[in-house]
Design a protein around this ligand. Structure first.
Ligand code: ADP
Ligand code: MG
Length: 327
């Protein structure tokens, strides 16, 4: 029997490990002429590891205490950085107490009460300068899933009222220049320490960027919530020139809309809750399936099930071929 070209393309995409949700999506994949990629979990493997645990003098905590408090606050979160922090505490055989009042703000961090202390863990730029991650940021309120990636429904500000701590700032700069994601730990409003976290680039990241550039005629852009220094370093390794860092979920949407308003059809590839609004705003949204958040998988038009980034250009090419048969 002969299948309609778009349907056999969907079957073909399945063999490439990509779940394409409809024939319309299969068709739209081949129409894209611009690409925006997320960093953590998309261009990187999304299984970061804690490489540095550095207490700051102000709070007087030891390395073990610092990591214990951070892990307790991060435990309910399924953000890749949170998993790295919890794993690091486990690797050191630290007993991680149960936190209360957990809240998360996508693209910012988490806050919780651990014993009699208030602990905030997250992006240094956001926690140090008082820029809060208030939830009225266009973040979709999806179903609450405390057992999955951070739920935007529980988003709340996590900030410290302390003046930027010079020791923290220079430590963060040193870690970020080394390509690390610096995670600030604030205890009772005082910057208590910084964790350095490193993630590996996916082995197929650079070839994927090259293939998408060849297919669309435009170099992909990098849209990340992570810091500018680590983002620039990674972008250089994969051949991306257009880098936007420190983005909140609505900033990713704005970056996508900007291009679409200029007449481009943007393909967005992401994995996190923070990517969901951009996946929805895109001409076509593709989510990384293995470590992707439920919200990203639900919002995306297609899901990379087999965890190979190179499947993205493969399905765009499949769509192009199928459309030539249809049109
Ligand atoms: P990306 O866009 O690269 O996938 P995210 O938007 O998920 O990154 O996160 C952006 C930044 O917000 C992270 O680099 C980190 O600094 C901070 N952050 C978000 N969630 C957490 C968390 N649970 N623990 C620590 N930091 C976090
Ligand atoms: Mg991500």
């Amino acid at each position: 029997a002969t299948m309609p070209p778009l349907l056999s393309a969907i079957a073909n995409a399945g063999r490439h490990g990509v779940l394409v949700k409809s024939a319309v999506v299969m068709e739209r994949l081949g129409q894209v002429d611009a690409v925006a990629l997320d960093k953590t979990g998309t261009l990187t493997e999304g299984t970061p590891r804690v490489t540095d645990v550095v207490p700051l003098p102000g709070a007087g905590l030891g390395e073990g205490e610092l990591l214990t408090l951070a892990a307790a606050a991060e435990h309910p979160s399924e953000h890749p950085l949170a998993r790295a922090v919890v794993d690091a505490a486990r690797a050191r055989d630290l007993a991680v107490p149960t936190a209360l009042g957990f809240r998360s703000a996508p693209g910012v961090g988490v806050t919780a009460t651990v014993g009699d202390r208030t602990v905030a863990v997250g992006a240094p730029a956001r926690l140090l300068n008082g820029t809060s991650g208030t939830p009225d940021d266009g973040t979709p309120t999806g179903p609450s899933r405390a057992d999955r990636y951070d739920s935007p429904a529980t988003a709340s500000p996590v900030t410290t009222r302390q003046a930027p701590d010079r020791a923290a700032t220079s430590l963060v700069a040193r870690l970020e220049t080394g390509g690390r994601t610096a995670v600030l730990v604030v205890v009772d409003g005082v910057p208590a320490g910084v964790l350095g976290v490193a993630d590996r680039l996916r082995p197929d990241a650079a070839v994927t960027v090259a293939a998408l550039t060849a297919l669309t005629g435009a170099r992909p852009a990098l849209l990340t919530g992570d810091n500018a220094r680590a983002a620039a370093r990674l972008a250089g390794e994969v051949g991306i020139h257009d880098v936007r860092a420190g983005l909140l979920p609505e900033d990713k949407v704005a970056a996508v809309r900007e291009r679409q308003d200029a007449g481009r059809r943007v393909l967005v590839v992401g994995d996190g809750v923070n990517d969901a609004p951009a996946l929805a705003a895109a001409h076509t949204g593709v989510a990384m399936g293995r470590a992707g958040s439920d919200l990203a998988l639900e919002t995306a038009d297609a899901v990379i099930v087999r965890d190979e980034l190179a499947a993205v250009p493969a399905v765009v090419a499949l769509s192009r071929r199928a459309r030539r048969l249809v049109v």
